[in-house]
Write a protein that binds this ligand. Structure first.
Ligand code: C5P
Length: 320
């Protein structure tokens, strides 16, 4: 899991970790609470699109961050901050603070999850960076130590640590694993112009004020849970839902035609992932997902089309 890297005669410990992106199978959003967050009931599923974080220890206390794109996103590169505002950098700082570490780290991210798409790419970076930094600095942590740090970094980071399929309550950080059967195959229509999560939640609040949305107490969709246990993709497709669809469409009206095209293919169901703008379609098989992907590409309604399957693992250390 670790390697020693000889640079300028000094052995530097190096660790690689990876975490998956996600799709929300169902997202029920309650009214804005006093803490500035919205209570949620959601079902996350991790899909096999990966963020890979390499952490190389430095003894001068500095943190650096570099990034590359995985081949399927090479033509899609969007700007990502490579400074202390990046969630992976914040994750390294959080581990340092929690365990009294004075060493630094060179972080490198290989991006496989689309940026600002509602698929938790940044949160996956944070989850992988938490694991890699804890290992490279030999902190001797447990998963529950990391869960606590993850929740402090963002609502989706705990799920990116955990992976597979899970119910998320509270802000999304109160997780319980969901029973599932078999694999589910997805096609994602991704847009260059991302949507910011706080902006989508703000628009949700404005639409509540205008009476365009009547928020209810968030509740887990039992039909989604039953479809997952049965491994019934058709049933799951019919039950997919997201309360952030209306505000995402209000902010990005062009998404309506993406949804329409996706629905006109033989998908089992279509949903906006998280706060969007990625539109996810559920397919019968990996081949079916590729065929739908080709139709979306031909229709010219997405900047990039990506296929993936879930449930995928959470954050794991990789052997070199
Ligand atoms: O936790 P995270 O930093 O990812 O959340 C980004 C923003 O999204 C929050 O500051 C908040 O405005 C909004 N949010 C929310 N309710 C949630 C999760 C996120 O209002 N459950």
């Amino acid at each position: 899991m670790t390697a020693d890297l000889a640079i300028e005669g000094v052995a530097r410990r190096r660790v690689r970790a990876r975490a998956s992106g996600k799709v929300n199978l169902h997202l029920s959003v309650g009214p804005l609470a006093d803490d500035g967050y919205h209570p949620l009931a959601t079902v996350f599923q991790a899909v096999d699109l990966y963020e890979t974080v390499t952490a190389t220890a430095r003894d001068d206390g500095a943190i650096t961050l570099t990034m590359d794109w995985a081949p399927h996103l090479k033509d899609f590169a969007s700007p990502v901050p490579l400074d202390e505002t990046n969630l992976a950098w914040k994750a390294a700082e959080a581990v340092r603070r929690a365990f009294g570490i004075v060493d630094g780290v060179d972080l490198h991210i290989l991006k496989g999850v689309p940026v600002a798409g509602g698929m938790a790419g940044g949160s996956a970076d944070a989850a992988a960076a938490l694991l890699a930094c804890a290992e490279v600095w030999d902190c001797g942590v447990t998963r529950s130590d990391l869960h606590e740090l993850a929740a402090g970094l963002g609502a989706d980071v705990p799920f990116c640590l955990m992976g597979h399929t899970a119910i998320g309550l509270g802000r999304g950080e109160q997780l319980s694993p969901a029973m599932t059967h078999g694999e589910f195959h997805w096609v994602f229509a991704v847009q260059h112009s991302g949507l910011s999560t706080p902006t989508v939640f703000e628009r949700f609040d404005q639409m509540v004020e205008r009476g365009q949305i009547i928020p209810t107490d968030p509740a887990v969709n039992t039909e989604v849970m039953a479809a997952l246990i049965a491994g019934d993709a058709g049933r799951l497709g019919a039950a997919l839902s997201n309360d952030l669809k209306a505000p995402a469409l209000d902010l990005a009206p062009g998404l309506a035609s993406v949804i329409e095209v996706m629905e006109s293919t033989a998908t089992l169901g279509v949903v906006i992932s998280g706060s969007g703008p990625t539109v996810a379609g559920l397919a019968r098989s990996r081949q079916h997902a590729l065929a739908i992907g080709a139709m979306i590409t031909a229709a010219g309604v997405a900047d990039v089309v990506v296929t993936a399957s879930g449930p995928a693992a959470g954050a794991v250390l990789l052997e070199r």
